[in-house]
Design a protein around this ligand. Sequence first.
Ligand SMILES: [Zn+2]
Ligand SMILES: [Zn+2]
Length: 308
Amino acid sequence: MNFETRIMEPGQIEPPAGEIPHLHLPDPRTVFSRRAERFSTLAQGHPMGGFLALLEQVADLQQDLLDRFPWVALPSPAQLALSREHGLPPLSIHGWERDPAWREGFASLVEKLRGAKITAETARLLDGFLHLTPEQLEQQAARLLNSDYAGLDPALTPFLAAALQTYWVAMAARLGESTFGPGGSPFLCPVCGSRPVASVIQAGGAETGLRYLHCSLCAAEWHMVRVKCSNCESTRGIAYYETEGGKGAVRAESCDPCNTYLKILHRDKDYDLEPYADDCATLSLDLLMDEAGKQRSGPNLYLHPGNF
Ligand SMILES: [Zn+2]
Ligand SMILES: [Zn+2]
């Protein structure tokens, strides 16, 4: 009797590209309020509860800002067509000229937070941010978006990130999901060209079990097969780590060939997972990976690496 050994090729265990949506934009009505709720839940009894509670307030203000975001310039139909033709993100962090509205959003967010429940130390920092010039803010924004942390003010980082995220989510929502073609790179967001904050295994409906990468800036999710490293597409040398006592809902997926890791969140194990909040609440896993000598492949824009 002959036995045939079959080896699964990447892609065989998932539907071929084209049969599943390549991209999901977040729901602009709830994207940041959901995040705020999750921060609130995770802050309870957490060693970094104060910080998570501050980010809950930040996310709440992001939703408030998004709900009333003013008109901003968007790419023209010709620019959109060109981006699609070349597989480029139309709202690229490297090419898109930022509308000054994002800075007004930043000022409004900081002023509102100034009136919220915050420590005297945070209030003092916020006061200082209101005196930054447009040039200084633009320069800091460029550093954050380019992961150029050396000249980026760690205290400013979460608030700057909040304003930039809100601006990008507003633009993407106004253009709509069908505007964006598949990106040219599987590692970068097809909307804005940013790296992912984490990857998410979906639960519920036809997409159950599929993996999507969650954009660190615009919260869009794009599909990527599970068998490949989300940083170099290697199918070998992939390993999973989690902290002691973890329930398997948040793990680090590491790759030996490129020596990086990114967290992978299982919605099938905890449906309420929110990539940003859950990433911030599991920094002990980042410490573990740092000790293992692995570099993180995508940023959490609320966090300056020098602070942790
Ligand atoms: Zn994006
Ligand atoms: Zn890799």
